[in-house]
Design a protein around this ligand. Sequence first.
Ligand SMILES: [Zn+2]
Length: 427
Amino acid sequence: MKVGYTYSTISKLPKELRPEDVGKQISVEGIVSRISEVLEYPFKVTFVCQTCGHEIVAEYKPWEKPTKPKKCEECNSKNIKIDPLKSFSRRYQLLRIQDPPEALTEGVPPTHVDGIVIDSLVGSLKLGARVRVTGVLTAASRNSSGNRGFVLKNVLEVTHVDIIGKESPGDSVTDQDIRRFHEEVQKKDFKQRIIQSMIPIRGYDSLKEGLLLAVLGGAETWLPDGTKLRRNIHVLIVDEQQKASHILSPIVEMMPRVLYVEGSTIQRSELVAKTVRDDLTMERVIQAGPLVLANEGVFILEDLDKLSKLDKESLAKVMEQEVAFLPKADVVGKFSVKTTVIAVAAPKSGVIDKSKSLASQLNVTLGLLNAFDLVYIMSNATSGEQAKNERLYSISPLWASRESYYDREFIRKFIAYARSLNPVLSV
Ligand SMILES: [Zn+2]
């Protein structure tokens, strides 16, 4: 008998999977966007005929429902029982791997592949983790109740897990690129050049510098008293002009790992995670929200003030502690979320009165406001030096005509490379 495995070491994104991959061993790379609690399924069941002692052994997959044979195939007796000493169950977890944010095309929803891990791999995957999982892609089916229809979908039976974790600059950054980065960084006006190339807009110098810091990140530092300084630098833009998106959209294009979301589109309490049912097994699974899908990258959030109260609280916690807690979820309910947050909020009255506290003028709690390291106001003032420098006079003609020192490819690679190190701010 020939064993029908085709070995392959090619690593694919979920969106690159094809029907012909079914039955093959493949590696899939992406973000863990769904995970279940630890579950159990009957793996091997031994049925014994109580009349003649004949044994029928059946093996199952997690999505299959075990059924007792109607009668003994030897003596036709209907008196059949399970032998508990010759039957085993196995632990498993359901999971989903989704395309990472940087692989998404605007307007096209992310694709995914569902999978299962069993036995020793249970507990090895966390929501929001970047992973490469290897296994055999199987067409799994489950009868739907009431009629002769059935659910069929591809499931990756995972046999090996690699956590990609800390950012790597990726294969696209060559040694030659790295040599050029080191040369360019020596130049006196490098910071100005990279900022201007990254966000080719006149004025807003301090804001643009803050955004560069957020995008590059800092170094995780342990203080002598045992407290940890996180590496992520969170930026809040208080936007009187409703023009922050002009500054942020170039970042969305340049950043290797960025997720851009409008706060008003996030359903209540779904920023971090929500519970849904797996359509194959009907088991409960935790589905990652946008903040978790942007793990190890940058989450750009417009309309921060329009988030629900609950989501504002969970956002503040994740930003400060880099950990998410989900109540009612034992095993999968605590996981690390290292997302850099760049958020935009509009003042309640349209303008900021600098004689009053900022918190009282934003629809944002003090706790959440404090979680931001840098806060900028895009002022609507129409007179004075600041207004002259920092107003966006006309966006479109400026774009093409501005001096841009580095192209998009250079910036993308530079950011990816810098984030793979632990940048330290030199003053
Ligand atoms: Zn029998």
